[in-house]
Design a protein. Sequence first.
Lengths: 112, 114
Amino acid sequence: GESVGLHLPTLSVQEGDNSIINCAYSNSASDYFIWYKQESGKGPQFIIDIRSNMDKRQGQRVTVLLNKTVKHLSLQIAATQPGDSAVYFCAETLNQGGKLIFGQGTELSVKP
Amino acid sequence: EAGVAQSPRYKIIEKRQSVAFWCNPISGHATLYWYQQILGQGPKLLIQFQNNGVVDDSQLPKDRFSAERLKGVDSTLKIQPAKLEDSAVYLCASTPGNSGNTIYFGEGSWLTVV
């Protein structure tokens, strides 16, 4: 179904620690997943994506893990920095560039 | 490369008034989306265009919302008449094609209906 959450989960971490943000997606037929970062007053910014034929993908300081068995995505951020503070959304889609369905979002707060 | 451009960034109107938002996608992007994001929630798709044709408008409240992309480039989203619950950020996004490509978002148009 569609994202309907009103209260964002919050993750608070110390600067330099690793962060793990989790997401449960809704459609077992989804074949493409994206993590977005949204800072206050801005639009969602692409971080990393993964296709359903993979279970792990690494970027610069970020890693996405996909577990299709339990419909779970996670975003790992290494050496978290204050600039990483934002709301993070996972999104799923069928046929990759089609309709994106967003998850609830998690607010990451990084303490200096 | 220029990103997705949207205007106006902020708009405050009274209920029952009308408002229009404009979007210029990334150059060459055939697919354009309008999303509505209510505070504290993830974006929700309103309408998807492929060039100047509508691909999906199943969640567009057609009694008050309309959108067009006449020449397959820029797009406008209109709300008439506005309701209090339309207060949200309206995000435009684009992608080169209908499959296999990342979707990029603009900064959004923030609407407050009072």
